[in-house]
Every structure is written in structure tokens, then in C-alpha cells.
Design a protein. Structure first.
Length: 314
């Protein structure tokens, strides 16, 4: 009997059981990361924002529960909620570094996308049930759905990049989500204290968070081999372009005067994007800060390496 018990214990811990454990842990990581990404919205009570095309006149506290803040005014918030969830899952997998990384990564992706897909279906079902009929409502619904689908794809890309063994790919993933991450942090503050009680220092501080984050990861990534310089260029370009895109989207979609006039909205978006990408857009200080942090980090690493390899003299 003792030998049989020993054999049973050994069989329960065979290497063949490890894939199942890695898969379960990866899936759990993905679910928790997906919920974490949605956290800033969930703590507000997750009531659907007021809709311009809602069929009935209701007050904000009468709007139904929606797991995503579906509104033309909240599209960049949705991007932040979804992409940060994907990046968080990727970071957890990289820190965990399981033996079966590919299996764990895709199970984490399944967990994240499972949470986010569920939130998407619930939210759009709620939206569809309350919108007034007509062409404008259908276009509004389709436009929001397209934006959410693109955000889901971006979340998956962020997860795969950040979970990679390659430092260059991780740094690239961080560059992709740095600006949404800052928006996500601000949403935590908004959800905690309310939109009217945000400390004045929060928006100005949030502006510099992406630069510091990108600079630190570029220093960690390094410049050798030389092809990693491409990652530096891409990340710095993202710091320049993504905030401009966020500003343009928020301004154009938040302007009700242009709602429904696609040609006017496209013209307005080009004008605002050109202005925010230009010298008056204010992106240059952010990019320079990221570059300064990255170079300072490289210098600190170089000094540390020289100290470790130096031979003490007698």
C-alpha cells in the first residue's frame, strides 16, 4: 500500500501535468489583467455615459450598466482600458517566465480577450437596446464598434510584445502603451475623486509619465546590437504621434457640431492633427525628456558595468 501511495504521488507530479498548470496560471493571469485594465471604469459604477442618440430622456443615474464607457467622448479612455489590460498580462507572463512560455502567453491572451470580449458584447448589447433608430444611430454604433475592435487588436499586440524574451520587443510594447497608460492612471484618479475634484497637479504630472516610462525602458533595452536603435526611433516617434492622435480624436468626436458630417470631421481631424504634430503641439519637450532619461540610464549602466569588471589594485 505504501509503495502504491508513493507511485500515485509521483504520477501526480509528472512533467506531463506542468502544461495544464501553466495553461491555468496563464489564463488566470489574463483574466485578472483584463479586470485590472477595466478597473478605473468599474469603480465608478460602470453606468453607460449619456448618449446624444438615446431613445428616451433620462438622467445620468438612470443609465444602464455598461462594462465599457461607450461614447464618442470616451474613445481614448476605451483604448487605455483595453491596451493596459493586455500589457499588464504580458508583463506578468514575462516576470513569471514559465518553461512553456508560448502556451502560457496564449492562455493569458485568451483570458484577457475573454474578459474584454465579454465586456464588449455586454456593452454593445446595452447600447443597442437604448439607442434611437435611424441612420445616425447605426453609424454611431458601427463607429464605436470599429474603435473597440481596433483597441482589442492593440491589446493583443501589446501583450505579445511585452511578454517577449527580447528586450527590444518589450521596449517597443512599452512605447505603444505608454500614453494610454498615463490616461489609465488619470482615470483611476477620476474614478476615485470624481471629475470635478481632480488635483491640479494630476494632468501636468500625467503628461510626463510616458516620457519617463519610455526613457527607462529604452535605457534597459540598450543600443547594442545597433538594430535596437530602430526601437529607440519608433518609441520616440510614438511619443510624438500618439498624444496628437488622442487630442485629435477627442476634439473631433467631442464636437457635436460636426457630428454626421464625415467630410467636415475628416477635414477637422487633419487640421488638428497637423497642428498637434507641429512645433506648437508641445510634443518636443516630452520626446527630449524621454531621450535624456534613456541616455542617462545608459550612462549609469555603463558606469555600473565598469565598476563590476574593474580589477582591484593592490
Amino acid at each position: 500500500m505504501g509503495q502504491q501511495a508513493t507511485d500515485l504521488t509521483v504520477s501526480d507530479n509528472r512533467p506531463g501535468h506542468a502544461p495544464a498548470r501553466d495553461a491555468m496560471r496563464g489564463g488566470l493571469i489574463g483574466i485578472l489583467a483584463g479586470l485590472l485594465g477595466l478597473g478605473p471604469w468599474l469603480i465608478t459604477g460602470a453606468q453607460l455615459p449619456l448618449q446624444n442618440l438615446w431613445a428616451a430622456e433620462v438622467s445620468p443615474d438612470q443609465m444602464p450598466v455598461s462594462l465599457l464607457p461607450l461614447s464618442q467622448y470616451e474613445l481614448t479612455t476605451i483604448v487605455a482600458l483595453l491596451t493596459v489590460g493586455g500589457a499588464a498580462a504580458g508583463l506578468a507572463v514575462r516576470l513569471w517566465s514559465p518553461a512553456r512560455r508560448r502556451l502560457a502567453t496564449w492562455c493569458a491572451a485568451a483570458g484577457v480577450l475573454g474578459v474584454q470580449f465579454t465586456a464588449t458584447v455586454q456593452s454593445f448589447t446595452t447600447l443597442d437596446g437604448g439607442l434611437a433608430g435611424g441612420t445616425m444611430a447605426r453609424l454611431y454604433f458601427a463607429g464605436l464598434l470599429a474603435g473597440v475592435i481596433l483597441s482589442l487588436v492593440a491589446a493583443l499586440v501589446a501583450l505579445l510584445l511585452v511578454s517577449s524574451r527580447s528586450r527590444a520587443l518589450v521596449a517597443l510594447g512599452v512605447g505603444l502603451v505608454a500614453v494610454p497608460f498615463a490616461s489609465w492612471l488619470v482615470e483611476w484618479v477620476v474614478g476615485s475623486v470624481g471629475p470635478l475634484n481632480i488635483p491640479a497637479a494630476v494632468p501636468s504630472t500625467a503628461r510626463w509619465i510616458p516620457a519617463i516610462l519610455v526613457g527607462c525602458f529604452l535605457a534597459w533595452c540598450g543600443l547594442r546590437p545597433a538594430r535596437r536603435a530602430v526601437v529607440w526611433l519608433v518609441d520616440l516617434a510614438l511619443l510624438w504621434v500618439v498624444p496628437a492622435l488622442f487630442i485629435s480624436v477627442n476634439y473631433v468626436l467631442g464636437t457635436r457640431v460636426a457630428a454626421g458630417d464625415l467630410q467636415e470631421m475628416l477635414l477637422m481631424s487633419r487640421q488638428i492633427l497637423a497642428a498637434t504634430l507641429g512645433p506648437a503641439g508641445g510634443a518636443l519637450p516630452t520626446v527630449l525628456l524621454a531621450l535624456a532619461v534613456a541616455l542617462a540610464g545608459l550612462g549609469a549602466r555603463s558606469v555600473a558595468v565598469r565598476r563590476r569588471t574593474a580589477v582591484p589594485t593592490e
